[in-house]
Design a binder for this molecule. Structure first.
Ligand SMILES: [Zn+2]
Length: 656
């Protein structure tokens, strides 16, 4: 393990706080040190205020910031003298601590200081770094973790037994640190929690962290307990409908739709198929603050009801023990281990599910290493409960705010790489959905970089490609709740007298047949949607008002509209709504180049501007206009509407 410190990069972060930002980002860049908001860092600076008074200030990571991406505004400046006085108190309640921290920040608009601010304050070094390094957690989550830490570090580190984070931990460290520390002390290990390093400069503190973690890794390597190859695993066998059924059960248990991503890599299949999985996976998280993302233990197999019942008992057992009344969180699992699909991760969004994946992937690394050392032993469940139901941890999740209308739902959009389809992806994302984006253009795989989109190259007229795309999409997000059938072709003007059979069939294949197949294949998935499935079909103004020279196109869209009406009738009992939009003259799509628009405008003797707004309202209709209506049709506004056809055309005299 080597440090990433680079003098040229460091020079781009001037000042002591700048270097604090730089080395915090270096720590955040290594997921084996900290994950998704975990860990924290600080620097103590002397500053002069507007009255000319010198003040000692602790700049500590603000709550809600991630070390990987933190910048100077992410550090909260708190008065150091006050924090040191607090550390000497016998007790301080959480609300008192939060209030004391908030009222002693010296910059308006600064984030809330980390709940570990007092602990950072009592460590007598300018720079302090704290991580939850995998290697440390592997060593300390064992039966004789304290002895192993002494074997590795001798008295180079101060050793603190597990205590709940917050004031109690800070107070214990304030007593223990002076007792154990000496001139050669390099860091502090918190059993079952993580590690601190410190130093006179940002670089010294950072490098000590790297060196201390490297010593733990070297120890694990010497015991053949690090970087273990995944166990041989039987291939995944779970089909997409099984996965969608499980996601539905988890969503119903949670009380809201969840994204459910599955990961059948050898690492996860091998772990889920271990003979001792019921023992090694059911002990608890590797560091307590993971509990708010993963729950205390994963679900083994697919019995969501049994998992929820066990969770309710766990809650009842510990809620009775504490004085403060607590409200139970939803009892649904966040991590699922199953021999047929490996690892499953549930979250309110694809990003949340991705965080669960990252945390559990590292959890497996730690469990495997600790098991190789002789046995993984996590904290007792009451310690985990105390952190799971700690108001200060719950506050972190609540910062996310109210969920968006399609949070946890999964949409599938065809023809998603351009025009109306691409705009639909945007409108659905903006409402919180995860989107499976299909297109015949291979660029679709890379054009949406966010974790909420799975872009898949797919010719919808090819049954095998479609089946593979559905498997991949359901593997990524767990199902399909919303279906937007948009892919279509619009061939150049051909009078019927010249229309070749091949051309007619090609248009029917894409605009009609492929949509029948997609409807049929997604029906079992749509039926499982917690809030009922929704289908929006992009028809055309040509259905109510056809034009000469577009026989195949108009006939295909008319047949598709009729298909949609029948589907609305057949699937109503399954709570699936099917509605059709008829857009007209949407020119910002792949079909219309500026040149073609200009040519058509000339053909009608109109300027380009008049041609584009040649409708009753004299407005231009854009892809985004159609996409917003399509998304709204999937929302609660249209809860009582199915089988409808709605024009999005600026008003057309022939239609009205
Ligand atoms: Zn920590």
């Amino acid at each position: 393990m080597i440090g990433l410190w680079n003098s040229e990069d460091a020079a781009r972060h001037p000042g002591q706080l700048g270097l604090r930002v730089y080395s915090s980002q270096l720590l955040g860049r290594d997921p084996s040190l900290v994950l998704h908001g975990g860990g924290n860092t600080s620097v103590k600076l002397r500053e002069v205020n507007v009255l000319g008074e010198a003040l000692d200030i602790l700049y500590v990571k603000g709550s809600g910031w991630d070390l990987a991406t933190i910048r100077e505004p992410g550090f909260a400046p708190v008065r150091l003298d006050h924090l040191l006085k607090l550390a000497a108190l016998d007790s301080l309640s959480d609300p008192q601590m939060v209030s004391e921290l908030a009222t002693h920040v010296v910059r308006a608009g600064a984030p809330a200081p980390s709940v570990e601010a007092i602990l950072h304050a009592i460590l007598p070094y300018p720079y302090v770094d704290h991580t939850h390094a995998d290697a440390l957690l592997a060593v300390t989550n064992t039966a004789d973790g304290a002895r192993r830490i002494r074997d590795i570090y001798g008295d180079d580190v101060v050793l603190i037994p597990y205590v709940m984070p917050g004031f109690d931990l800070a107070r214990l460290c304030a007593q223990e640190f002076p007792r154990q520390a000496h001139a050669g002390t390099l860091g502090m290990v918190l059993l079952n929690h993580g590690i601190f390093s410190f130093g006179g400069s940002a670089q010294e503190s950072y490098q000590r962290m790297i060196d201390l973690v490297a010593r733990a890794r070297a120890y694990l390597e010497s015991k053949r307990a690090w970087n273990l190859a995944p166990a041989a695993a039987a291939a995944a066998t779970a089909g997409r409908q099984e996965l969608a059924r499980l996601r539905r059960d988890i969503s119903a248990c949670a009380g809201y739709p969840v994204v459910f991503s599955t990961h059948a890599d050898a690492k996860f299949l091998g772990f889920a198929q271990r003979a001792d999985i019921a023992q090694v996976s059911q002990q608890g998280p590797v560091t307590p603050d993971h509990v708010i993302r993963t729950k205390r233990v994963p679900m083994l197999g697919r019995d969501v009801g049994a998992f929820a019942a066990a969770y309710r008992e766990y809650f009842a057992r510990h809620a009775a023990r504490i004085r403060q009344p607590k409200v139970m969180l939803d009892p649904a699992p966040r991590v699922v281990l199953d021999p047929a699909f490996g690892l499953g991760c549930a979250g309110r969004s694809a990003s949340e599910a991705a965080i669960v994946h990252d945390i559990y992937s590292h959890t497996i690394d730690v469990i495997l290493a600790a098991t190789a050392l002789g046995g993984y032993r996590a904290l007792p469940e009451q310690d985990i409960f105390d952190v799971e139901y700690w108001d200060l941890e719950q506050a972190k999740l609540q910062k996310a705010g109210a969920p968006r209308p399609f949070a946890g739902e999964v949409a599938l959009v065809t023809g998603a790489a351009s025009g109306i389809g691409k705009a639909c992806v945007g409108s659905l994302l903006a409402r919180g959905a995860a989107v499976i984006a299909l297109d015949i253009n291979p660029d679709v795989a890379t054009m949406f970089p966010q974790p909420e989109v799975r872009g898949l190259h797919c010719d919808v007229t090819d049954a095998d490609e479609m089946a593979r795309a559905l498997d991949s999409g359901v593997g990524a997000f767990g199902g399909v709740d919303l279906l937007v059938l948009n892919a279509g072709v619009f061939p150049g003007g051909q009078r019927v007298a010249q229309l070749a059979d091949d051309e007619w069939r090609r248009v029917m294949q894409v605009n009609l047949d492929a949509n029948l197949s997609l409807l049929r294949e997604t029906y079992p998935l749509l039926k499982l949607a917690l809030r009922g499935g929704r289908v929006v079909i992009i028809g055309s103004k040509n259905v109510p008002a056809p034009g000469p020279g577009a026989a195949a196109y108009s006939a295909s869209k008319a047949a598709l509209t009729q298909l949609a009406r029948v589907v609305a009738l057949e699937w109503g009992a399954d709570r699936i709504r099917v509605n059709t939009l008829h857009p007209n003259a949407v020119f910002d799509t792949g079909v219309w180049s500026d040149e073609v628009v200009a040519q058509r405008a000339r053909h009608y003797g109109l300027s380009v501007a008049d041609y584009k707004t040649n409708n009753v309202l004299k407005v231009e209709v854009c892809s985004r206009d159609v996409a917003e209506v399509a998304a709204e049709m999937c929302g609660s506004l249209f809860d009582k509407t199915t089988g409808a056809q709605l024009p999005v055309d600026g008003g057309n005299e022939r239609v009205i």
